[in-house]
Design a protein around this ligand. Structure first.
Ligand code: THG
Length: 367
């Protein structure tokens, strides 16, 4: 593929100078912003992530901020997950659905206060939907994108590195909770979360001016931990079954098809705009669902379009993400499979760009 021309529309991030100095080799575009995809190589980055600690510029996880008396009401209108039990200091993975029950995004909701929330979005223009709802329903809430850029610290040595910069109290942050920690006089939300299964934190960096100072501080503090710049790793996230909006699901899919039924409380999520539609489809249950799939043979090429899945010559679904896994010595993949063929052990065939391959539905993801 040819190079991508930089321009103002394609936003840089407050960490881009550090990312470039660290030798980024490839980017993708996510929320109209640069997201690194490769530093040394996808495989070398993968081994390093599983053994050491990495600092990731995930500024592309933009925040949609809700501020005002109707913030909590608006948040519940957006998702079928019941938010009544959610206290300030918590993060919730929340499917966002439209009036048909179709997935618009799969963000992390961050509750700062009853009247102040961040929606840490995946790759779709959710701000426009949220502003439309707020204005259409005449809600008393401000909706905007603040100058907040998440920086993830991921890998088995993440606790040690973070403790050196923010103090030992970061070790006590529980999964999907956050605390406020000071850096250069600024209070930053630090959560135990991140787009990998290796453990770690996300720092919501408020104010671009402290982005590079924080980046430099983390690298200086972690020299003997072999800290490196990294990024969400395609191999590790497919092994772990972390979904990618726009790749593994779109607005054509319900949360149940995406295997996100455990994040839906459609009966009690009163006010959710997609509630009626989801109650209707939930009665029957989904007719297709996301599955872990192993693909036999040599390493598969990059998956930049859906690969059709067949059984006895009939189409039964599609592969949406696939890669060679060094640790499992097979190709690992995420696919959407029809009910008739979604049981673990079912033998399928997948049409890849370099021919038909045998594939098998797995009992679950690899990590
Ligand atoms: N962190 C933050 N914002 C994000 C992401 C993130 N925005 C974009 C994207 N990632 C949103 N999608 C996801 C997908 C998966 C998870 C988080 C965000 C995730 N899932 C865990 C899992 O499936 O194992 C845990 C979910 C749970 O148990 O609540 O972490 O990564 N800030």
């Amino acid at each position: 593929m040819a190079l991508i021309s930089p321009s103002r529309r394609l936003r840089r991030t407050p960490f881009s100078a550090g990312v470039e100095a660290a030798g980024v080799k490839a980017y993708t575009i996510y929320n109209h912003m640069l997201l690194p995809t490769v530093f040394e190589s996808v495989e070398a980055d993968y081994h390093h992530l599983k053994n050491h600690v990495q600092v990731w510029d995930v500024s592309v996880e933009r925040q949609v901020e809700l501020r005002g008396p109707d913030a909590a009401r608006l948040m519940q209108m957006l998702t079928p997950r019941d938010l009544r039990s959610m206290l300030p200091g918590r993060c919730f993975y929340v499917p966002i659905v439209d009036e048909t029950g179709g997935m618009l995004n799969d963000p992390v909701a961050v509750k700062l206060a009853e009247d102040r929330w961040w929606i840490s979005i995946a790759d779709s223009d959710l701000l426009l939907w949220v502003k439309g709802i707020a204005n259409g329903y005449r809600l008393d809430v401000l909706v905007d994108e603040p100058d907040v850029s998440p920086l993830a610290v991921q890998g088995p040595k993440a606790d040690d590195l973070m403790a050196r910069v923010f103090g030992d109290a970061v070790r006590d942050i529980r999964f999907f909770r956050f605390g406020m920690f000071e850096f250069e006089g600024r209070d930053l939300a630090v959560a135990r979360s991140g787009y990998s299964k290796q453990g770690g934190f996300e720092i919501y960096v408020s104010g671009s001016d402290i982005a590079m100072p924080l980046w430099e501080t983390l690298f200086a503090a972690g020299e003997d931990l072999n800290v490196r710049a990294g990024c969400p790793n395609a191999i590790e996230r497919i092994e772990g079954g972390l979904l990618s909006y726009g790749n593994d699901m779109t607005d054509d899919n319900t949360p149940h098809e995406c295997g996100l039924g455990r994040f839906c409380d459609t009966q009690t999520a009163i006010g959710c705009i997609g509630r009626d539609a989801l109650l209707r489809v939930a009665k029957e249950g989904p007719v297709q669902q996301i599955r872990a799939i192993a693909i036999e043979g040599d390493p598969v090429p990059l998956c930049d379009r859906a690969w059709p899945l067949f059984a006895q010559g009939r189409r039964v679904g599609q592969i949406t993400s696939a890669t060679w896994s060094p640790d499992y010595a097979t190709n690992v993949a995420i696919g959407m499979v029809r009910m008739t063929h979604w049981d673990s052990g079912t033998a399928l065939e997948v049409e890849t760009p370099d021919g038909m391959r045998s594939a098998t539905v797995q009992p679950g993801f690899w990590l």
